[in-house]
Design a protein around this ligand. Structure first.
Ligand code: OTN
Length: 496
């Protein structure tokens, strides 16, 4: 056979071989993505997780009466903010990088912050702007202008309306909900407080949830007790800003419905829970939910806020941080200053992953699309995954030189479900022997983000041991950081 014919036959063979290989089914390793395990988040929940911190604004009749739980009898004449400026509220959030906010439209005292057509107990009968004001409109407009997602708390409990608990009340609530969901642009979340709401049946919530889904399909639902069936996110079981350790995004819905007696389940989630309903952690920057001047000296310190951040966002949850605007209608400067400082601390701490660029190897890598270095690349869409044959792994990071850190962070690929159920981190100071990091030993859940604050560690190498899992690990991020220092008075040195 002449040489050119041999060459052409060879080329054909190579082409056939290449086509055959490309069409072979891949066996769960190499380049196929891991299969999701257990309940997984919906699109609303994935988006919600990425907000990390949501602001809460408790503002209403209680602001003027000095109450937290008004009895619904206060005269609308009392509602009169001298300088309400929702743009000032959103400017505090913008500086802090907080991109979603929930306004209390109606608290349990029943007073409505918007001129609803369905009751006279509202701003339209107050002296504020001669009854022409609308706090919900000012809030949603300010959010829109600042690029912040606007959300609403419409208190299910109502001490003003004598129909509370009846079918007539359910109609009234439905009318108000529809008004809010139709007239103020996109509503990002609706908050169904369980406080005092036991008379409201799941049948009522079913109707209201239908309305939410029809009018605002992307709206996240904070569900409690009888609204459990519609919950995208759950209560964490306390108002102190503390998620459990572990904190699973999965839970049995009955634990939400039967809240009393299931506070631990709300706090920690349930590893084998049948639904994906992660925790939203509501806590106030001040002792109370509403503003009281006597609490001006009791605004949470930056250290306290940082601790709350670590125990909420750092425990696979979203933090819902409450700001009580004052009687003037403004966020007080001390609250704003503390928020600036918290941002300084968060951004300063997490801006540099001291492990980035390190050499990293694992025992059970899946393949080049899921390579170990994906954990260090600060890229949202890449991740490391183990081969399907393993639910455990050992991930070794060679830092190349001595690095000192006191914060450690892991992120799992939440779209693929809770996979890892046991992990520990060890360090090596000399590159030979390993020492456990006590604060990062015997850990269980990871989820969207798990942060560990530890005593300063100086290491040349680190080892993440995945000790158990429901399926092979899928890890977005492995990070080590040095906590940003702040001035002793807790005030940020400079804005970032
Ligand atoms: O007295 N309470 O009603 C109360 C005191 C302390 C902490 C919570 C509550 S009520 C609780 O509020 C949650 C939001 O913080 C959820 O809405 C729960 O469903 C509700 O029972």
């Amino acid at each position: 056979m002449p040489c050119n014919q041999i060459l052409s036959q060879l080329k054909k063979c190579i082409a056939i071989f290449a086509t055959t290989v490309a069409s072979l089914p891949l066996t769960g390793n190499a380049q196929t993505a891991p299969t999701p395990v257990g309940p997984v988040p919906n699109a609303r929940q994935i988006e919600w997780y990425h907000r990390e911190i949501i602001a809460f604004f408790h503002f209403g009749m209680n602001t003027f009466t000095g109450d937290n739980e008004g009895d619904g009898k206060a005269d609308p004449e009392q509602f009169n903010p001298a300088a309400l400026d929702c743009n000032q509220w959103t400017s505090v959030l913008k500086r802090a990088g907080i991109t979603s906010a929930i306004l209390v439209a109606k608290h349990a005292d029943g007073f409505c912050n918007w001129p609803t057509a369905h009751t006279n107990y509202s701003v339209k009968n107050s002296p504020w702007k001669d009854g022409k004001g609308d706090v919900v409109k000012e809030f949603t407009d300010a959010c829109k202008a600042a690029g912040i997602k606007a959300a609403i708390y419409l208190g299910p409990h109502d001490r003003h309306d004598s129909r509370y608990g009846t079918d007539d009340y359910a109609n009234y609530y439905a009318d108000q909900l529809s008004e809010l969901l139709r007239n103020y642009g996109p509503i990002w979340e609706i908050w169904w407080d369980g406080a005092g709401a036991d008379k409201l049946t799941t049948a009522y919530y079913t109707r209201w949830a239908d309305s939410v889904r029809a009018l605002q399909p992307n709206c996240v639902i904070f569900g409690t007790k009888n609204s459990y069936a519609f919950a995208d996110c759950r209560w964490v079981g306390n108002e102190s800003g503390i998620s459990g350790d572990p904190c699973w995004s999965t839970i049995n819905p009955s634990s939400i419905q039967e809240e009393t007696g299931h506070i631990t389940e709300l706090n920690e989630g349930e590893i084998n829970g049948t639904a994906y309903i992660p925790a939203e952690v509501d806590v106030s920057i001040r002792p109370s939910w509403f503003y009281h001047p006597e609490e001006d000296a009791r605004v949470k310190t930056v250290d306290e806020l940082w601790d709350i951040y670590l125990k909420s966002v750092g425990r696979n949850s979203v933090l819902l941080l409450n700001y009580p605007p004052n009687k003037e209608g403004l966020v007080s400067s001390i609250d704003a200053q503390r928020t600036d400082s918290l941002r300084y601390l968060i951004h300063g701490t997490f801006k540099t992953n001291l492990a980035s660029g390190a050499r990293i190897k694992t025992l059970h890598p899946r393949g080049s699309n899921y390579k170990p270095s994906n954990m260090l690349d600060n890229n949202e869409s890449s991740y490391y995954a183990t081969s399907d044959a393993y639910t455990t792994d050992t991930i070794e990071v060679d830092l190349g030189s001595k690095k000192t850190f006191d914060v450690l962070m892991l992120q799992e690929v939440i779209e693929l479900g809770h996979r890892t159920t046991g992990w520990s981190v060890d360090y090596s100071a000399n590159g030979k022997s390993w020492t456990p990091i006590p604060e990062a030993t015997g850990k269980q859940s990871i989820g969207y983000k798990w942060i560990v604050k530890c005593k300063p560690v100086t290491a040349t190498k680190l080892r993440l041991r995945i000790t158990s899992g429901k399926a092979g690990a899928a890890i977005h991020t492995f990070g080590i950081y040095k906590q940003q220092s702040i001035r002793p008075d807790g005030i940020a040195k400079a804005a970032i």
